[in-house]
Design a protein. Structure first.
Length: 134
């Protein structure tokens, strides 16, 4: 019985040290850094924002894109994306096509040890994103 208080204090101290795991945030914009095994073309700007109402949108590098998404725990999926119809340099258009294709294959998300958001397809490497600074 004489050890009950120190153990209670230790448990309370350790519980205070536990930080919550980073979470995927809605109503927040993430900037894409990598699409699978490839980094983005220099100075291209791709983004993903998830609204609270199930709509996703952003910049695909040349065009704006939009889709619906479903988020449940660590599972995440996107409907086929629509886009505006602007034409850009062929390399930028190819990157945009890879990005939009990869969105349709996303099945889950996680946060890496460096707090980078990763969107994982069933097979292959993830999309890797950082929170966009305001």
């Amino acid at each position: 019985m004489k050890h009950a208080l120190p153990i209670t204090l230790l448990i309370g101290t350790l519980a205070g040290c536990v930080t919550p795991a980073p979470q995927l945030q809605t109503e927040h914009t993430y900037q894409v850094e990598w699409i699978g095994e490839r980094p983005l073309i220099d100075r291209s700007h791709l983004t993903i924002t998830l609204d609270n109402d199930g709509r996703a949108y952003g910049n695909a590098g040349c065009n704006h894109w939009f889709a619906h998404y479903t988020l449940a725990g660590n599972t995440l999926s996107f409907s086929a994306a629509g886009t505006t119809r602007k034409a850009c340099a062929p390399a930028l258009m190819a990157q945009e096509a890879r990005f939009l294709d990869s969105l349709s294959k996303i099945e889950r998300w996680d946060i890496s040890a460096t707090e980078q958001l990763r969107l994982w397809p069933a097979e292959g490497k993830p999309l890797r994103l950082w929170p966009e600074s305001k």
